[in-house]
Design a protein around this ligand. Structure first.
Ligand SMILES: [Zn+2]
Length: 247
């Protein structure tokens, strides 16, 4: 486990226009960083989402072929709440995403399509801190996203992408990892909090299958707890935290 630290978290870089968030599942962004995304789109920045799967293995009582379209709808609705209209799915298989060339290529292609300066992903490390084990899908997509930020800029790594008209994009300046146990930066969550709760609530079918609690109470409690836990390192403000890898 990373040693507890009181080192202040730095404000996120501000000099960028486009961000691309790449995660494994519907709800990965809503459990972590929707409040930050709301603040960014409020400021006129463009944010797009790419999901490796449709989260089709996420609900025990629902077969994957029925679950996939439902979770896709919920994801598009939750993105819209925080000002994101572009949501793409790479259609890797939920639960068994493989880290490897195919995943790196798909993410590099997405980065070339969207040409972001900032790339967001979810915790790629083995744990959430301590002994809270992460899932293999998050680890695979997080690592592949960190790698693909460089792949996207190299014309010779995936030459087939150039043949498809996707020119190299070497403009990614930061990859920011949400949900890291070793965060370095943060975004004030206050302004985006209500929309973050509403955004997580759009995953209603998933949440109702997960807990007997009232979904709104559950969503608010989760996001309040996580953002307030960062406050003591961010001037007392509830915050969404990121571990930022500069390039
Ligand atoms: Zn997930």
């Amino acid at each position: 486990m990373t040693e507890p630290t009181n080192t202040p978290l730095q404000p996120m870089p501000e000099d960028w226009r486009r961000a691309l968030a790449v995660v494994a599942h519907p709800d990965d962004l809503e459990y972590g960083c929707a409040a930050a995304i709301a603040a960014w789109t409020d400021a006129g920045r463009e944010v797009a989402y790419v999901l490796a799967t449709r989260g089709e293995a996420g609900i025990d009582t629902l077969e994957p072929e029925k679950c996939a379209p439902l979770r896709e709808r919920e994801q598009r609705a939750s993105a819209a709440v925080v000002g994101v209209s572009e949501v793409e799915f790479l259609d890797h298989r939920d639960g068994v995403i493989e880290y490897g060339i195919a995943l790196r290529r798909d993410i590099a292609a997405a980065i070339r399509r969207h040409r972001p300066e900032l790339v967001i992903t979810l915790n790629h490390r083995d744990t959430w801190g301590g002994v809270a084990w992460n899932t293999p899908d998050h680890v695979a997509v997080g690592r592949a996203t960190l790698d693909a930020a460089a792949d996207a800029g190299n014309r010779w790594i995936f030459p087939e992408l150039v043949e498809q008209g996707l020119q190299p994009w070497n403009g990614v300046r930061w990859v920011a990892v949400a949900g890291s146990a070793s965060p370095t930066h943060a975004v004030d969550a206050s302004a985006g909090m209500e929309r973050a709760v509403a955004s997580l609530l759009e995953h209603r079918t998933y949440i109702e299958a997960l807990t007997d609690e009232d979904p709104r109470t559950y969503a608010r409690a989760f996001l309040t707890r996580t953002t307030e836990s960062a406050a003591e390192r961010f001037g007392g403000h509830p915050a969404v935290t990121f571990e930022v890898f500069a390039r």
